[in-house]
Design a protein around this ligand. Structure first.
Ligand SMILES: Cc1cc2nc3c(=O)[nH]c(=O)nc-3n(C[C@H](O)[C@H](O)[C@H](O)COP(=O)(O)O)c2cc1C
Length: 328
C-alpha cells in the first residue's frame, strides 16, 4: 500500500511534522510505502476560482507541482494523511492551498460523475495539534478534512487531535500518542498491506494494462491491490482508453504509465499479468506470471476500445480463481 502524508505546518521539526513522521514510521514498519509532501515548500499555486475544472475536468494551472506531481500522488494513494496545526480554528494556509486545488477532483466526481478505481478502499486520516484546549478547537479542521477527503474519493476513517500542544516538541509528551498511532496501524494499515498485489504489464503500460488494473481494482475492491506498468513505459495514458473508461464512470485521469519495478514502489507483486500476444516472457524473476493473449487494438475508435474493454473484462471475471486460491 502507498500512504501519502501532507505536512501542513511551515515549522520544520515542529509538532505536526513530528506527529506525521511518527505515524509514517510505524506505517512503513508495517510494510507500507510512504511519501511526505511538505506543503510549505511544495511550490503549489493557489486555486484561481476560474471554474475551468468544471467545464474541462482538469485544472487550468498545468505547470505547477500540483498538476505535474501531486494530483498523480493523490490518485495513487491508498491512504492520505492530512496533518496540520490549528491556525485560527482552521488548517494552515499552506495546506489549504493544496486542498483548494483538489476542486479539480471535486469537479471530476460531482460534475463529470467519475469514480476513482480506489474509491471503495482509500482512507483519509487527519492529524492535528493546537495550543489551547477549547471544546470546539478541532471543529473547523474536521469539517475541512471531511469535505477534502470526500473530494479525493477517500473515506474519512481516523482523526488524531491533541490539545495543549504549543512549543516545538511538545507533542512528544502526549502519553497516548504511541497507542493512538498503533490503533490506526492495526485497524487500517495492516489489512491494506496484506492485500494480494497484482501487477498488469503491457508493452507501454498506457492502454491495456491500466484498463485491466482499473477494472480488476473496481471489481474486487479490498481483496486485491492492482498496479500497472510498461516494459517501455509511454509518457502518457492512451486518451481514447481514458475516454472509454469514463463512459463506464471510471476515472483514470492524472495517472501515468510507470516502469514495472516502480508500479508497487519497489515492492514485489504476488502475481504479474502480462497482456499481449508478443512480449509474453515473465518480466520479473521469481514472481508467478500469467499471460492474457489480448493484442493491442488495431485502432483507437470507440468500438475498438469497447471491444478491448469486453475482452479484458472476460479475463478479469476469471481472475477470481487466482484471488480465491489459498496462499501457499
Ligand atoms: C498563525 C497561528 C495561528 C494559531 N491559531 C491557533 C488557534 O486558533 N488555536 C490554538 O489552540 N492554537 C493556535 N496556534 C498554535 C499552534 O496550533 C500550536 O502552537 C501548534 O503546536 C503548532 O504546530 P507546529 O509545531 O506543527 O507548527 C496558532 C499558531 C499560529 C502560528
Amino acid at each position: 500500500m502507498f500512504i501519502l502524508g501532507l505536512q501542513g505546518s511551515p515549522r520544520k521539526n515542529g509538532n505536526t511534522d513530528t506527529l506525521l513522521a511518527a505515524f509514517l514510521e510505524k506505517a512503513a514498519a508495517a510494510g507500507a510505502a510512504v511519501h511526505t509532501v511538505q506543503a510549505a515548500r511544495a511550490g503549489v499555486t493557489p486555486c484561481k476560482g476560474c471554474g475551468y475544472c468544471e467545464t474541462h475536468g482538469t485544472c487550468v494551472i498545468k505547470d505547477d507541482p500540483m498538476s505535474t506531481e501531486l494530483f498523480g500522488l493523490l490518485r495513487q494513494a491508498d491512504m492520505v494523511v492530512a496533518a496540520s496545526p490549528v491556525y485560527f480554528y482552521g488548517v494552515s494556509a499552506q495546506l489549504k492551498v493544496l486542498i483548494d486545488r483538489c476542486q479539480t477532483f471535486w469537479s471530476r466526481k460531482y460534475v463529470y460523475k467519475l469514480k476513482d478505481p480506489l474509491v471503495a478502499t482509500r482512507e483519509g486520516v487527519l492529524l492535528s495539534v493546537a495550543a489551547s484546549r477549547g471544546r470546539q478547537l478541532f471543529d473547523g479542521i474536521q469539517l475541512t478534512a471531511k469535505y477534502f477527503f470526500d473530494a479525493i474519493d477517500a473515506r474519512f476513517s481516523h482523526a488524531l487531535t491533541y490539545r495543549g500542544v504549543e512549543s516545538k516538541g511538545a507533542i512528544r509528551s502526549q502519553s497516548r500518542l504511541a497507542e493512538d498511532i498503533e490503533a490506526i496501524i492495526e485497524k487500517s494499515v495492516r489489512p491494506m498491506v496484506a492485500r494480494k498485489k497484482i501487477l498488469f504489464v503491457s508493452r507501454q503500460g498506457g492502454c491495456r494494462a491500466p484498463l485491466a488494473a482499473a477494472m480488476a481494482q473496481q471489481r474486487y475492491g479490498d481483496r486485491i491491490r492492482t498496479a500497472f506498468g510498461g516494459r517501455q513505459p509511454a509518457a502518457v495514458l492512451s486518451v481514447p482508453m481514458v475516454q472509454a473508461m469514463q463512459k463506464i464512470g471510471l476515472d483514470l485521469g492524472y495517472r501515468t504509465p510507470l516502469a514495472m519495478d516502480q508500479a508497487f514502489y519497489g515492492m514485489s507483486p504476488d502475481l504479474v499479468v502480462t497482456i499481449g500476444t508478443t512480449d509474453t516472457e515473465p518480466p520479473m524473476a521469481g514472481v508467478e506470471t500469467v499471460n492474457w493473449p489480448i493484442p493491442n487494438p488495431p485502432g483507437m475508435e470507440e468500438a475498438q476500445m469497447e471491444g478491448l474493454r469486453l475482452a479484458i473484462g472476460n479475463h478479469v471475471d476469471r481472475l477470481i480463481q487466482w484471488i480465491e486460491r489459498p496462499s501457499p
